[in-house]
Design a protein around this ligand. Structure first.
Ligand code: OXD
Length: 312
C-alpha cells in the first residue's frame, strides 16, 4: 500500500504541479487532493498552506504536518492544531532565491531614485539625479534567518551598509547583526531602507509602528515581506503624511486578498504585490520534503520542525 499524503490548499501554484513533483520523487506516495481524501484515518501526512482552524484535527493517525510556507503563524493560531504532531516549516532553497531577487529589486528601485524619476516622468521633466554609492546607503533587515540572511548577504555583496536584527546573536557574512530587543534602537538608528522578514510571533506583531519609524533616517523607505500583522497600518499612513517615510513596498496585508476598497491600493507612495515576493515552487521544495517523508518513514527525526514555543 502507498503512503497516504493529503494535499490541501496550495498558494500560487496548481496542485497538479505538486503531485507531479512529489510522485517523481517518491513514487510510492498515495497522493490525495482535498476534498478527495478518502478515509481520513488513513492519512499519514498533510501538506498544506493555511487551512481553516480545526481542519487538521480531523486526521487521527497523522504523523506530520508539512507547511507549504516558511511562516507557520496561521497554523499555530489554530486552537485545535494537534499538539503532539510535528509541524514542519518549508525550507525550500528556492524561496530564499526568490526573496533575494525581490529585495534587491526594491532596494535598488529606492536606492536609484526611481520614485523621483516616476514623478518626473508624470511631469515630463528631464532632470538627472546623482546616485549615492551603495556603501553610502544603510539598509536594515529585520529577521536574518535562512531567508532574511540570504537577502542581507545579497545586499552586502552589492556594497550596501547592511544591518541585521535578530532575536539571538548570529554571524551573517558582511552584515552587522544586532541581537535582541535591547539593541533594536541601535539597529534602527539612521536606517534608510528597512526590510521586514521576521516570523510573526506575539513579540513581533505590530513591530512596524510609529516608534520604530521614528528611529529611521528621515524619508526612509519600508519594505514589508513578512506578514501584514507586523505593520500598524495607521502608523504607516501617518509616517508617510509627515514625511518620516517616503514610501513603502507591501507584499503582505492584515487581510488577504487586500480588500478592493482598501486605501493602500490608490496611494501612489505604496507599491503593492499580492503576497508573491517568494512563492514556494514544487520543483525546488520537493527534494527537502521527500527527504523528510523518507526520514519519518525510517523513524528518523524530522528536519525543520517548528519550535511551537518560539513560533517558528
Ligand atoms: C511563507 C510565505 O511563509 O509565503 O513562505 O508567506
Amino acid at each position: 500500500m502507498g503512503v497516504p499524503v493529503l494535499l490541501y490548499a496550495c498558494y500560487g501554484v496548481e496542485p497538479a504541479r505538486w503531485s507531479h513533483e512529489l510522485k517523481r520523487a517518491l513514487p510510492e506516495l498515495d497522493l490525495r487532493l482535498w476534498p478527495d481524501a478518502g478515509d481520513l484515518r488513513e492519512i499519514d501526512y498533510v501538506l498544506t498552506w493555511n487551512p481553516p482552524p480545526g481542519f487538521l484535527k480531523q486526521f487521527p493517525n497523522l504523523r506530520a504536518i508539512f507547511c507549504m510556507g516558511a511562516g507557520v503563524d496561521r497554523l499555530l493560531l489554530d486552537p485545535e492544531l494537534p499538539a503532539h504532531i510535528p509541524l514542519v516549516r518549508m525550507a525550500d532553497p528556492g524561496l530564499s532565491v526568490f526573496m533575494k531577487e525581490y529585495v534587491i529589486m526594491r532596494v535598488l528601485h529606492y536606492h536609484r531614485d526611481m520614485p523621483a524619476y516616476e514623478q518626473q516622468q508624470r511631469e515630463a521633466l528631464w532632470r538627472p539625479l546623482m546616485p549615492l554609492e551603495t556603501r553610502q546607503r544603510c539598509v536594515g533587515v529585520m529577521g536574518v534567518g535562512q531567508i532574511g540572511g540570504t537577502c542581507a548577504r545579497g545586499l552586502a555583496e552589492l556594497g550596501f551598509e547592511v544591518r541585521g536584527w535578530a532575536r539571538s546573536a548570529r554571524d551573517v557574512h558582511g552584515v552587522s547583526v544586532f541581537a535582541g530587543q535591547g539593541r533594536l534602537r541601535e539597529f534602527l538608528s539612521g536606517v534608510q531602507i528597512l526590510i521586514c522578514l521576521l516570523p510573526l510571533t506575539a513579540e513581533t506583531r505590530g513591530i512596524l509602528n510609529a516608534d520604530v519609524f521614528a528611529q529611521l533616517a528621515r524619508g526612509a523607505w519600508l519594505i514589508n515581506l513578512a506578514r501584514g500583522a507586523h505593520l500598524v497600518e495607521a502608523d504607516l499612513l501617518h509616517a508617510l503624511d509627515s514625511g518620516q517615510l517616503s514610501g513603502a513596498t507591501l507584499d503582505v496585508f492584515a487581510t488577504e486578498p487586500l480588500p478592493r476598497e482598501h486605501r493602500f491600493w490608490l496611494d501612489p507612495r505604496i507599491t503593492i504585490t499580492p503576497h508573491a515576493s517568494a512563492l514556494t515552487r514544487p520543483e525546488t521544495a520537493v527534494p527537502r520534503l521527500a527527504q523528510n517523508i523518507a526520514r519519518a518513514r525510517a523513524g528518523q527525526p524530522l528536519l525543520d520542525v517548528v519550535d511551537r514555543g518560539a513560533g517558528y
